[in-house]
Design a binder for this molecule. Sequence first.
Ligand code: ZN
Length: 252
Amino acid sequence: MVARHDQTADPVLLEGLLQARRGTAFFARKLNELTDAELDGDSLLPSWTRRHVVAHVGYNARAVARLVEWADTGVETPMYPSAEVRNHEIDFGATLSPIALRNLFDHSAVHLNVEWRDLPADNWHHKVKTVQGRTVPAEETVWMRTREVWVHAVDLDNGATFTDIPEPVLERLLMDITGAWHARGTDEALVVEVTGQASPLTFGDTASASPTVVSGSLPAIARWATGRGTDGTTAKRDGTSLTPAPPAPAWI
Ligand code: ZN
């Protein structure tokens, strides 16, 4: 029998799936607002046109779907055979005709959604491996995709901003990024403060005696932390303002 709804009943996972689906719909909307000619324009990512972003998001859905298939069948299928293959695929995808590029995005998103929907509840706990080599439960594929669609919708550079991204997505993104800095030790003497929250959010080297403190709203801080600009942030060290805020440590 073909499943018509998600097989999992886990409320946290269902909420995550909702954010992934909303993000996919948001990306689709921004993509549909672009004319074919506008696809040739620059994205916010260095050396990538909008075509590269669309190709990457399409191939990312296929790669994430491979992990879900792995969790379903137990047959190991990595996201990408290698980093070279991944990069080559994006460069190739960027040369596709506008209709083919749009189809790549649409079809890959539908396929991934079907894989998620039909994955039996227990298989969501099966272990798969990310492109960085981390072993994670299949549940993690939902977040991997959520991050991609929301942030790359902004990268299309036709009006989406970090304020369009739901707060729970921004918070988790910030936890991911600051966690990566911490693991690499690149957050030394750096404190990140999210203002305007009911309960204040602080990340980074909070034990430092004289840290550089970068503050701003959740969208502004998430934007800065992903390396996409300093608008809406302020920074100070030992009571002295630093303008603009220093660039965030590398994330990926
Ligand atoms: Zn990406």
